[in-house]
Structures are given as structure tokens and as C-alpha cells.
Design a protein around this ligand. Structure first.
Ligand SMILES: [Zn+2]
Length: 334
């Protein structure tokens, strides 16, 4: 029996700012369940559900990805408990940290014509607020064309080295993860390489890859359990795992995949390029040593750490095979 609660506002603005991982997992947030709003179906069939969140200023992988993650997570949580949701309205503003308010109107799952955002005087009031950084979207389009953030500019600092190494080894097929797929992917497509895009199991990023008509990693399209991980195609000539997490998370996401690919019996050549955020230079040495352990024919061809947008990044290329990619990695002579 649907309940009688007509509106619920859940505030997640206290305490620390949410990370990208928090937002990706928002369908699991306990409040929706603890309050019984969804589990016991205490919300009315057309109730309004709003969530307000503080999040880190470097969370977005494209402009507005935080809102895309929260809307997608709310949709999953609602649909799991038999509610549908129509359109979402979104407010963004600044108060110490960036803030986001996502408001959805519930509807029967079977209704095919979605409710489009807020209505009436609430919508007018939300649109007319004059506050620092206040922006209001009556209807938030998750499927809109995406715009990169300034943060993704750090990949311009490594893309030429990666392209040069791939050219030198005559690569044809590449397995790629990069936040948002704005910088490295276009360079690879210009080289007429076959690219498999891995979303690191981010549903919003998977949908974006599909929306752009790109080839999505086979496992990203499946509902894998926690212990399973994505796998690179055996015939990929290179793995480009250019993440923005720290070294521990990088290893959780990518170390097993990389080792599996490096240790494939038929592996005669190829490279793994890796990137993560880390101010500790020893972390890069530890991660590369872990990948090389037991792989006789592989070696570290390049390492670098650099600062971009006040954060330090670690980058390395591990190479398998005889061709001399190191020459291609040297900075041009003056
Ligand atoms: Zn994947």
C-alpha cells in the first residue's frame, strides 16, 4: 500500500563534503531505507523527494556530473522499491563547498509520460533566488551533450607521450579509462585506433559512452558483484588507466586487470599507462613494482609526477616487448 508522505527532504549537507565515490553509491545511502520511505512505501505515489548535498569542488568529471550521479542513484533506489521517477529539477549554489539540491516527483513506474520538473510557484521561487552561485534547472537533462571541466586539462600533459609510444609500437587496439573521455580518447580516434572505453563500473559514465556511440568495455555493461572486476580484451595492445583516485583506489580498480593482461601467455608486446593522484613519490614506485612482479619481459619505461590544479599526479608507462619505445618518450631536443 503506498503511504501518505507527500514530500521528503533529505539533507546531506552537514559533515564532510561528499566524494565522487559517495555520489556514485548514493542509491545505497541508508536514510532512504532507514526512514522506511521507500522500503515500507511510506511515500505517496506522486510524492516529492528532494536530496541536498555538499560535495568536493573537484568531484565533477564533466560539468554537472555530480547531479547526474545523484539523479541516477535516486532513480535506481526508487525503482528498486516500485516507484518511478519523472523529471528532476536541480539547484546548485555555493556555501563553503559546492551544494546541490536534486528534486524529483515520484510517479507510477508504468507511466510513460514523465513529469517534467517542479511546477507552479515553487518553480518560480527557485528560479528567482539571488544567492551566490545560485543556478536553477527546471528540467535537468542527464542525456545532454557534456562539457569538460578545467580539471581534465591535466591529461594534455601526458597525451603526447602516450600517442608517441603507441605510434612507435604500431598499436591498433587500446583499452582506455579516463575521466569523462575528453582528452585522450579524441587523440586515439585521430590515430584511427580501435578503442574500448571502460567506465570503471560507473553507470552514468557507461551511459555517456553509449550515448556517444563508443565501444563500451564488456564487463561495464554487466551487473557484476563487488569481487568481480573489468577485464581488458586479450588482443588490446595497450591499457591506458588514467584515473583520478589515489594509489590505493587505483590498485583496487586496476591492478588485477593489469596483471592479468601483463601475464597473458601470448603477451609479446604492449604497454600499460597509469595515472593517479598522489603526493608521495614512493607510491608510484610501489604500484609499478606490484604490477611488474613476476612479469619477466616488462619494465618501467617512464615515470613522472607533476602538479596540476594544486594537486600532484603520478604517471607511468610500463612496457612489454623489444621495440625501443623509450626513444619516443624523450622530450624533443632543443
Ligand atoms: Zn569496464
Amino acid at each position: 500500500m503506498p503511504g501518505s508522505v507527500d514530500a521528503a527532504w533529505l539533507s546531506y549537507e552537514g559533515g564532510r563534503s561528499h566524494t565522487a565515490t559517495d555520489l556514485l553509491d548514493c542509491r545505497e545511502w541508508p536514510h532512504l531505507r532507514l526512514l522506511g520511505l521507500l522500503v515500507h512505501r511510506r511515500l505517496a505515489p506522486r510524492a516529492m523527494l528532494a536530496v541536498s548535498i555538499a560535495y568536493g569542488s573537484t568531484v565533477d568529471i564533466w560539468q554537472g556530473s555530480a547531479a547526474d550521479w545523484v539523479i541516477t542513484g535516486m532513480r535506481q533506489a526508487c525503482e528498486h522499491h516500485g516507484y518511478g521517477i519523472g523529471g528532476a529539477s536541480v539547484i546548485k549554489y555555493q556555501a563553503n563547498a559546492p551544494r546541490l539540491v536534486v528534486m524529483v516527483r515520484l510517479q507510477e513506474k508504468s507511466v510513460s509520460e514523465p513529469v517534467r520538473g517542479l511546477s507552479g510557484s515553487i518553480a518560480e521561487e527557485a528560479a528567482s533566488v539571488r544567492s551566490k552561485g545560485w543556478e536553477y534547472w527546471h528540467v535537468w537533462e542527464v542525456d545532454r551533450p557534456k562539457m569538460p571541466t578545467a580539471d581534465s586539462g591535466r591529461l594534455f600533459l601526458v597525451v603526447q607521450r602516450i600517442s608517441a609510444a603507441l605510434r612507435r609500437m604500431n598499436a591498433r587496439s587500446v583499452f582506455l579509462h579516463e575521466p569523462g573521455f575528453f582528452i585522450v580518447l579524441p587523440a586515439l580516434l585521430d590515430m584511427a585506433l580501435q578503442v574500448t572505453c571502460c567506465a570503471a563500473r560507473d553507470l552514468v559514465l557507461s551511459s555517456e559512452i553509449a550515448r556517444r556511440g563508443l565501444k563500451l568495455c564488456a564487463q561495464c555493461g554487466l551487473d557484476l558483484s563487488e569481487s568481480e572486476h573489468c577485464r581488458a580484451p586479450e588482443d588490446a595492445d595497450a591499457l591506458l588507466l588514467l584515473d583520478r583516485c589515489g594509489p590505493a583506489a587505483w590498485q583496487r580498480r586496476w591492478a588485477a586487470l593489469s596483471r592479468e593482461w601483463l601475464r597473458a601467455p601470448a603477451r609479446a608486446g604492449g604497454l600499460v599507462a597509469l595515472m593517479f593522484e598522489g603526493s608521495d613519490a614512493s607510491a608510484l614506485a610501489a604500484v609499478t613494482a606490484g604490477l611488474l612482479d613476476g612479469v619477466v619481459s616488462a619494465r618501467v619505461a617512464a615515470t613522472a609526477t607533476f602538479v596540476h590544479s594544486s594537486r600532484r599526479w603520478a604517471f607511468a608507462i610500463i612496457h612489454v616487448g623489444d621495440d625501443r619505445i623509450e626513444d619516443a618518450l624523450l622530450p624533443p631536443a632543443h
